[in-house]
Write a protein that binds this ligand. Structure first.
Ligand code: AHR
Length: 324
């Protein structure tokens, strides 16, 4: 088990080349004061994730934190192996973005028994035992789903006929998929003209988004709206819509979540109609929280990321200075 775990880490470190925070604050007394963080990332499934990984790696370097980074390739078993390996290596703090919400209690209890604090970042776990982690830093995904629904309700305010919606969900069992679906459903549920006629996971990837949208288009001739839980699936779906001879943004209105550069470009080009922002730039706050936790300072149980929304006009203005 341990050997496999080391393999997972070695592969990720080799490709990321970021095992230590070179250029960070020098460790006094032979390195004893340098904080070591084990970070178990979800994978590299989307533009959002790539930007998040960059933010974590750059912020660790800037904060003088020695970062051990692993990429779980969207598999919970790989994340659990990575966390166990960090426990074995006696890192000072573990941070991770749980690929799914359930099934973490055992490994989190192991970290707690080893006296290694854990910080959740980006995604939540559904454990009722809140003592298993120090804080959770990330977006309010329910709120993001609500914002997507509110835009739709406003757009169709004067229409009386049915509005046929298809939904591309994120990774099954993940917090953003569960919460973005719930927030959206709550808002549109107030008006029976909004009908979700198909809803399926596209695993947050462009390829799956295209594949599932292809199937939606074949089975449903009258799709008015696509709600995709991230930009990448929306971008894949745009290829499917164009392939079916329809015009994305016009024949089928598209709402996505994230606001990464490629999504913002499609929004500015009129192929997407509205994007709800989800910021991946969590690195600086994560390093700050880790330092506070290790210094014995009190940190809030929950730190919610500040986010906005973008129309097509707003995307045109924001694109030139967009960081990711
Ligand atoms: O957990 C955040 C989500 O994960 C992003 O919205 C999505 O693009 C990513 O894969």
């Amino acid at each position: 088990m341990a050997l496999v775990a080391v393999g997972v880490l070695a592969t990720a470190c080799g490709s990321g080349g970021e095992t230590t925070a070179e250029g960070g604050a020098p460790a006094s007394g032979g390195g004893d004061s340098t904080i070591t963080m084990g970070f178990a990332q979800v994978g590299a499934e989307s533009g959002w994730r790539t930007a998040n990984t960059k933010s974590v790696q750059e912020s660790a370097k800037a904060a003088g934190i020695d970062l051990k980074f692993s990429d779980a390739q969207q598999k919970q078993e790989n994340q659990i192996k990575a966390i166990r390996s960090y426990i074995q290596q006696k890192v000072d703090v573990i941070a991770f973005s749980p690929v799914v919400e359930s099934g973490w209690d055992t490994v989190l209890q192991e970290a707690k028994a080893a006296n290694i604090p854990v910080i959740l970042t980006d995604r939540a776990v559904d454990s009722p035992d809140k003592t298993l982690y120090k804080t959770f830093l990330g977006s309010d995904f329910v709120e993001e789903g609500k914002k997507a629904g509110q835009w739709l309700v406003e757009q169709y305010a004067s229409e009386t006929g049915d509005v046929n919606i298809v939904e591309l969900q994120g990774t099954t069992g993940s917090a953003p998929a569960n919460d973005r679906k719930a927030g959206f459903a709550e808002v549109i549920g107030a008006d029976p003209k909004f009908k979700v006629i198909a809803s399926q996971s596209g695993d947050f990837t462009r390829a799956k988004g295209k594949e599932v949208m292809d199937a939606f288009l074949k089975a449903n001739p009258d799709i008015d709206v696509l709600y995709a839980h991230n930009d990448d699936m929306g971008l894949g779906a745009i290829e499917a819509i164009e392939g079916a001879g329809k015009v994305p943004g016009k024949d089928i209105k598209i709402i996505t979540v994230d606001a990464v550069k490629d999504g913002m470009q499609a929004l500015a080009d009129g192929k997407i109609n509205y994007i709800v922002e989800c910021s991946p730039l969590l690195g600086p706050q994560l390093m700050d929280l880790a330092k506070k936790v290790l210094a014995g300072e009190t940190v809030p149980d929950r730190v919610v990321t500040e986010e906005t929304t973008f129309t097509q006009e707003q995307a045109k203005q924001a694109l030139p200075t967009r960081q990711y």
